[in-house]
Design a protein around this ligand. Structure first.
Ligand code: FES
Length: 509
């Protein structure tokens, strides 16, 4: 990379930086509505649109700002090709269910396409072929196995040994006619349409519980109530568990994206490798100019090496393979994966008829989030949906879910104990600007960040969810929990649940 390339100092999503979004008030009074939706990402906003259009009264709240969570930080591929998944789903759930998963995601793509056309949304929607490529013989074989699953499930796809992108590969599996877009241009328009049909949005309004009387009520941190007939939890992590034990059935991962300009023209297509570490590639238009997005380097939240190294690895990959003339953006996203990799969409617990969840999209939220909105809207409107059953959160599949359950929760226990035993007593006097340490203040473990102006921000690093110790994330300047993925700003505000209370602030004498 040439020496005068400017590396963005702060993470900032291109999607968010390239659009002006409307702002909405905080909920000031208790209200009554038909459907209360928590979470202003693709699932919540699409559900608000679908339900308001059918004449239901919809109230949507978000703990922060609309479209500032995972939807604002996605790679925004609209595809049913979700890595190597169909052979695995076919063996685990059976061919019929695996095929339905494909159909559900293709139907989500069609719904997005239909809404773009119907409302004439200018969101850079573009049809593209999707490719998974292998660079090793081992993964070439896995692609062949995946292709057999495609054939058995009736999924159209072709194996090829060359791709339009200038990468040396062993083989690739192509799924034609998928798509990409600017997700926030699309959702800004969908939110506006929902508002036209009477949906009401509130920001900076955190849901903390659901109370049951005659009807359920969403309780906010300020003690306001949204009494409704139905609750949709589209808040990434369900804020209300209803003893569904979601923290024990999902794990959180972070992934990174760098947006660069290269000397080469992007040849079209969307790409992801089959191997690890993952490399996902697409293009996007910025002020009429082409930008390449490189994503990947996923790891469990709060675990592993310094997060800046993940951005560096993506930058190095882009530079080695294509060259970089300008480094424009970098940002990261958080995703949840369920034990069997199938999202949880449906009643929060078995037999529940009014409180629903949509979570665990495993990085493929554009289509899974859209189909979630469609499944839950149909359920509320008492319409049959052919995909409701495969996503049911109450499904029980012993293999491999049980083994993974044991592993995931042993990992949580390990981090819970390790965090408590870790002796840390770094010296605040040695702290330099834009860095953080963990230390002890009045005998208590504390995390201290020094900002660029040399102001100190100290928090109690104990996670408010179940008490694990959070770790410093140098790339995003956040405190991240290794147990279930809660994340906090350096001042302690919640950025990602399941925690819904900020970290305690600590006074420095
Ligand atoms: Fe569960 Fe922190 S997210 S303990």
């Amino acid at each position: 990379m040439t020496e005068n390339i400017h590396i963005p100092q702060f993470p900032e999503s291109y999607w968010r930086d390239s659009i002006e979004l409307p702002s909405f008030p905080r909920l000031q009074d208790s209200v009554k509505t038909d459907v209360g939706i928590v979470g202003g990402g693709i699932t919540g906003i699409t559900a608000a649109y679908l339900l308001a259009k059918e004449g239901l009264k919809v109230t949507l709240i978000d703990a922060g700002l609309l479209l500032k969570g995972t939807t604002g930080h996605t790679t925004a591929k609209i595809t049913a090709q979700h890595g190597l998944i169909y052979d695995e789903f076919s063996r685990h759930f059976g061919a019929e269910q695996a095929s339905k998963y494909h159909q559900a995601n293709m139907e989500a793509k069609q719904l997005i396409e239909k809404l773009v056309e119907q409302h004439k949304i200018k969101c850079n929607y573009q049809q593209e072929d999707a490719y998974i490529y292998a660079t090793s013989e081992q993964y070439q074989e896995k692609l062949e196995t995946e292709k057999k699953a495609y054939d058995e499930l009736g999924i159209s796809g072709e194996l090829t040994n060359s791709i339009p992108l200038g990468l040396s590969i062993k083989s690739a599996l192509c799924m034609e006619k998928q798509a990409q877009f600017h997700p926030l241009k699309y959702l800004k328009a969908i939110a506006k349409e929902a508002e036209k049909n009477g949906a009401v949005f509130y920001e900076n309004t955190t849901a903390v519980d659901v109370e049951y009387n005659k009807h359920p009520a969403i309780v906010t941190r300020d003690g306001k109530r949204i009494t409704c007939r139905y609750v949709i939890q589209a808040s990434h992590y369900p804020f209300y568990d209803g003893q569904g034990f979601y923290p024990t059935r999902m794990y959180a991962e972070r992934a990174y994206i760098v947006a660069v300009k290269t000397p080469e023209k992007f040849p079209g297509g969307m790409y992801i490798n089959a191997e690890s570490p993952s490399r996902s590639i697409r293009s996007a238009q910025m002020d009429g100019k082409e930008m390449w997005l490189f994503a990947g380097e996923n790891h469990k939240t709060g675990q592993g090496q310094s997060t800046m190294q993940h951005y560096d690895a993506l930058q190095q990959f882009a530079e080695e393979k294509f060259g970089i003339t300008d480094y424009v953006y970098r940002w990261s996203a958080q995703d949840l994966t369920t034990l069997d990799k199938m999202p949880y969409i449906g009643p929060v617990t078995r037999g529940e008829n009014s409180v629903f969840v949509a979570t665990g999209f495993r990085k493929w939220g554009m289509t899974n989030g859209t189909i979630a909105a469609s499944i839950l809207s149909d359920r509320i409107l008492e319409k049959e949906n052919p995909y409701a059953e495969i996503y049911s959160p109450s499904r029980f599949q012993a293999d491999p879910a049980i083994r993974k359950f044991m592993r995931t929760n042993a990992d949580v226990a390990k981090h819970l104990i390790k965090g408590k035993l870790e002796y840390t007593n770094n010296n605040i006097d040695e702290l330099t600007p834009d860095n953080a340490i963990t230390t002890r203040i009045n005998g208590m473990r504390a995390g201290v960040y020094m900002d660029k102006e040399r102001n100190l921000h100290a928090v109690d690093t104990t996670c408010k969810h179940l008490g694990c110790e959070t770790h410093w994330n140098s790339g995003d300047r956040t405190w991240d929990c290794p147990c279930h993925g809660s994340r906090y700003s350096y001042t302690g505000e919640v950025l990602n649940g399941p925690a819904n209370e900020p970290l305690n602030r600590v006074e420095i004498d």
